[in-house]
Write a protein that binds this ligand. Structure first.
Ligand code: 9MR
Length: 469
């Protein structure tokens, strides 16, 4: 059995001359003085931070959003990629056979271009928001209708889009193909046909398949993986896979990173295309802290996967999100509140992208972590002590950290841990949710390991990095 204590060099932000408490005070003052939605210095927008790491950060917008000046101010400054939420879908663009309407989407394209944002086209072939004339066609006519739709729509935007979600949501949860108009008429070959048709109409747009519940390894993502592998081996033009990432608070799959990596290893790009993280309302401080950790984990995962090109949030703020309408009782799923004020998830995302050197909104967390590990041949226990070194009482805390490869948590005490591997978040329990300035709390866990018994790294509390002692 070995016993070690954490000995991790201080990161640069911890070595600054002025103390964490005064940084927090300056940030709070700056946030108060900045107009709504202007979250920090102009050089530390999500967009610029992401771009400095070679990623994009995008948002979905609908044409109604263009009338909301608070929303457009945030979208135009904080996001570098735009996905039309509904306006490029078949029911809008070709409501009657061979009669096309690109006006709503064109307005969003103009907004994006005016703000130097790139565009993700969404979506050409999808079972939903499909006009009834398509679903009632004789099966012998569906291929021609699909090819005509793709050709005309892609040609209209030729050279102007970063990417197209060519096929959206082709799979059922068990990994079988969804029996929609396209599959019923053409079998699984509709996917290759759609991709080839799109490539012919615009050779520059990156062509994607996009789906939900494929973020972790499961039968549905296995089916997508096998489809991508097969299409690539046949030389079908396919450049990327979109992982929608409609997450539930605290439930990012533990296999998220490994899953993205296995797709990237097939030679395609991967992208987070519709990120949100829904909270059961009312959103408590501790839920918002967990959400901050979830968002940071998504950012860190994309940064860690070569081939992950960027992240798009589905809607700018909480009142623009589809969640409350579809999941009654849930909401608060984005990084901006109803008044476009950045939430802890914003700060955590910016921090994960390397921000935090200038004034930015902060949940007021500042922390120190120490730990002890006791390891044996295939297992270990770890005790972690967390100290609130800030000047604000935390009502709910959430400590994110990276577990070494091969370690899998099997049980925990004094905190709830999720997921079991990789980018883990420890959240308070009911009795230890309050952490006063200077106060400490301890929790621990047992884990299996495959040889690496080192301590976790990259601790952050409610989205703010911790020092280690
Ligand atoms: O955000 C879109 C919402 O306004 C529409 O009512 C809805 C209809 O299906 O589609 C929403 O966007 C979906 C996206 O196109 C595909 N993945 C799931 C999204 C949320 O439903």
């Amino acid at each position: 059995m070995s016993v070690r204590t954490l000995r991790i060099p201080l990161p640069p932000y911890a070595r600054r001359a002025f103390g964490a408490a005064s940084v927090t005070a300056v940030a709070a003052l700056a946030a108060a003085l900045l107009p709504t939605g202007q979250a920090g210095a102009a050089d530390s927008t999500l967009r610029s931070l992401a771009e400095s790491k070679g990623l994009y950060f995008g948002t979905a917008m609908t044409q109604g959003d263009l009338n909301n000046s608070a929303l457009t101010a945030v979208a135009g400054s904080q996001f570098g990629m735009l996905t039309p939420g509904n306006e490029m879908k078949w029911d809008t663009t070709e409501p009657a056979r061979d009669s096309f309407n690109f006006a709503p989407a064109d307005r969003l394209v103009s907004f994006a271009q005016a703000n130097s944002m790139r565009l993700r086209g969404h979506t050409l072939v999808w079972h939903s928001q499909l006009p009834s004339w398509v679903s009632s066609l004789p099966t012998t006519q569906v291929r021609a209708a699909m090819e005509n739709h793709i050709t005309k729509e892609v040609a209209h935007y030729k050279g102007r889009l970063y990417s197209w979600d060519v096929v959206n949501e082709p799979f059922n949860e068990d990994g079988t193909f969804r029996s929609d108009a396209f599959y019923n008429a053409m079998g699984s070959g509709f996917v290759a046909d759609a991709l080839r048709t799109a490539r012919a109409a615009d050779p520059t747009a990156r062509l994607y398949l996009n789906d939900y519940n494929i973020e972790g390894q499961n039968p549905k993502s296995d089916a997508m993986y096998n489809l991508v592998k097969s299409l690539r081996s046949q030389g079908v033009p396919l450049d990327g896979v979109g992982f929608q990432a409609h997450f539930v608070l605290g439930q990012i799959p533990s296999t998220f990173k490994a899953n993205l990596q296995r797709f990237a290893a097939l030679g395609v790009n991967v992208a987070i295309t519709e990120l949100d993280d829904r909270i059961q309302l009312p959103a408590t401080a501790s839920a918002l802290a967990q959400q901050a950790s979830d968002y940071a984990a998504v950012v860190r995962t994309c940064l860690a996967v070569t081939g992950c090109v960027g992240i798009t949030q589905w809607g700018v703020g909480d009142s623009d999100s589809w969640i409350p309408g579809t999941f009654p009782g849930y909401g608060a799923a984005t990084m901006y509140d109803a008044n476009y004020r950045p939430k802890p998830a914003y700060t955590a995302s910016a921090t994960a992208l390397g921000g935090g050197s200038g004034p930015s909104p902060t949940p007021g967390a500042s922390c120190k972590v120490s730990g002890v590990v006791n390891a044996w041949n295939s297992g270990l226990t770890e005790d972690i002590t967390l100290t609130n070194t800030g000047s604000t009482t935390l009502n709910g805390w959430s400590l994110a950290f990276t577990l070494p490869a091969g370690q899998t948590v099997t049980s925990s005490w004094n905190a709830s841990l999720t997921p079991a591997t990789g980018e883990v978040t420890a959240g308070n329990l009911g009795y230890n949710s309050t952490l006063a300035p200077g106060a400490s709390t301890s929790f621990g866990f047992q884990a299996n390991h495959t040889g690496d018994t080192s301590l976790p790294a990259s601790f952050s509390l409610n989205g703010s990095p911790c020092t280690t002692a």
